[in-house]
Design a protein around this ligand. Structure first.
Ligand code: ADP
Ligand code: MG
Length: 483
């Protein structure tokens, strides 16, 4: 069931490698003390270094280095104790020095791996080639004035991690899973907030197509795609475009393209630039970056439990299926919320409630787990009311809806609305007798062998008891009276 593009001459496999730019969470920029907060007034977070005033010198921000190392460790990657900063030279109005400080031949982080989870429950390991630190550029604003372009340098010099994958991805779904998983890991680590809408994570998408078993063919790079959905769409349309070229007897040119989401196409931006076009050379203002092994070990020891480890623990400790565990660990806050409920309770039931009723309520009310109208403690208390037979599962749904609407505690709702489960066998017997008396035809059918009518009677008795009957006792009473 692997993904292929069906051309007019047969099936084509799609090969994808992603270069993700992830903005580092830090108070200050990579080589200056200017602030990095999102959404500030233009040009209010710019130091002389960012504006490239003559004689200004970069000073590396230790916290940005720590964030890159944490990320490398979180990706199970090799940490290079010696790395180096290079100048990548090009002219653009939003790049005052005329070069970007980046890492070319000696990145801070080497090879690692990301395990992705696919819809059919399988997993796949995707190689990470490298991670390097670099500066972001400023922003040109072309839509503020009829004849002028404006420049905002707030973003100039902000630290980015470029995380490059191996060409191991084979479908839009795999690319989407990779991005979501990378985002989850970065958020757990606290090294990037992963907000693609705010541009703090953007992807360059490299795509080629080939016949199964062939060597790789020429790729194109679709630049700066800013949502998971757009990455998946861009792969699909770009792969189809390439298939058509090859099938028409042409050849794909290696080039840089842009995804036009509104029109659902990619279009050429420029022919592919090569590394030598940038005249990379070691930045003479910066010494090689040398890390202390003990410092790296300290960072490693302080890493949080990461999503894969947490998922495995949820499976072992709570006996959850793979799927439930994967869903619950996707956001740290959801995992914490779940664990508060699951500890000491029916863990699978807790998972069902979080993934079912709670997620639905969050969707409906436009809330997140952090702003959930029902706290983990309150949902736990609701499960306790079921466990000690104060209410049955059906009434619990009703109580939960009231909790969402009013924020009241479940016990208070049960008392106020009189929703306690009826366990009085005399009252249940009475309801059963009444239902059987009111449905003589159904009763006759049941007696003549139509046994699936049992469910109908259960429903009628429950209805007669306003949903509050204890299901086990209702079943037992019905069996007794029918049999
Ligand atoms: P560059 O430095 O020119 O961008 P790289 O070799 O670093 O080139 O590759 C960049 C990205 O392109 C990587 O994510 C890699 O996995 C991907 N890639 C390389 N070859 C192919 C190919 N034939 N098809 C699809 N992706 C590829
Ligand atoms: Mg590249």
């Amino acid at each position: 069931m692997s993904y292929v593009i069906e051309g007019s001459t047969g099936a084509w496999e799609v090969v994808i490698g992603l270069e993700v730019h992830a903005q580092v969470v830090s108070q200050a920029k990579l080589f200056s003390g200017a602030a990095t907060a999102f959404g500030a007034e233009p040009n209010t977070q710019v130091s002389f270094v960012d504006a490239a005033f003559p004689g200004m010198l970069p000073v590396i921000n230790r916290e940005c280095v720590a964030q890159a190392v944490r990320t490398g460790l979180g990706l199970g990657a090799h940490i290079n104790l010696v790395s180096r900063f290079d100048r990548k030279n090009y002219f653009y109005a939003d790049l005052p020095p005329g070069y970007q400080i980046s890492q070319y031949q000696h990145p801070i982080v080497g090879a690692g791996v990301i395990e992705i989870e696919l819809g059919d429950g399988s997993t796949k390991s995707i190689g990470v080639t490298r991670l390097h630190l670099e500066q972001d550029a400023g922003k040109s604003l072309h839509d503020q004035h009829p004849t002028k372009s404006y420049i905002d340098l707030n973003r100039a010099g902000v630290a980015l991690m470029e995380i490059v994958s191996e060409p191991d991805l084979r479908s839009p779904e795999e690319a989407g899973a990779y991005l979501r998983k990378l985002r989850t890991i970065l958020r757990y680590l606290g090294t990037c907030d992963g907000n693609m809408e705010e541009g703090s994570m953007r992807a360059d998408v490299n795509v080629s197509v080939r016949r199964h078993g062939e060597p790789f063919r020429t790729r194109c790079e679709v630049k700066n795609v800013n949502s998971v959905r757009f990455v998946m769409q861009a792969i699909e349309v770009e792969a189809r475009r390439q298939v058509e070229i090859w099938e028409a007897g042409g050849a794909v040119d290696q080039e840089t393209r842009l995804f036009d989401a509104a029109r659902g196409i990619t279009r050429s931006m420029r022919s592919k630039e090569e590394a030598h076009d940038y005249r990379y050379f070691p930045d003479p203002d910066l010494l090689p970056l040398v890390l202390d092994e003990a410092w790296v070990a300290t960072l490693k020891a302080a890493l949080p439990e990461l999503p894969d480890a947490k998922r495995r623990r949820f499976m072992d400790e709570y006996g959850l299926p793979f799927y439930d565990s994967a869903v619950l660990v996707a956001e740290q806050a959801t995992a914490d919320f779940y664990e508060t409920i699951a500890r000491g309770r029916d863990a699978k039931l807790a998972a069902n409630w979080v993934m079912g009723d709670l997620f639905a309520a969050l969707n409906r009310t436009g809330r997140t787990i952090e702003t959930s109208p029902v706290s983990a403690a309150a949902l736990g208390a609701l499960l306790d009311l079921m466990a000690d037979n104060t209410i049955n599962g059906r009434i619990a749904k009703e109580v939960f809806e009231a909790m969402v609407d009013t924020g009241e505690a479940p016990g208070a709702i049960v008392e106020r609305k009189g929703l306690r489960q009826v366990t009085d066998t005399a009252a249940i017997d009475e309801a059963v007798t009444a239902v059987l008396a009111a449905n003589p035809e159904k009763l006759a059918e049941y007696r003549s062998g139509k046994e699936k009518l049992f469910g109908f009677f259960v429903g009628q008795v429950m209805k007669a008891m306003a949903g509050k009957g204890n299901p086990a006792l209702v079943n037992a009473a019905l069996k007794r009276q029918l049999g």
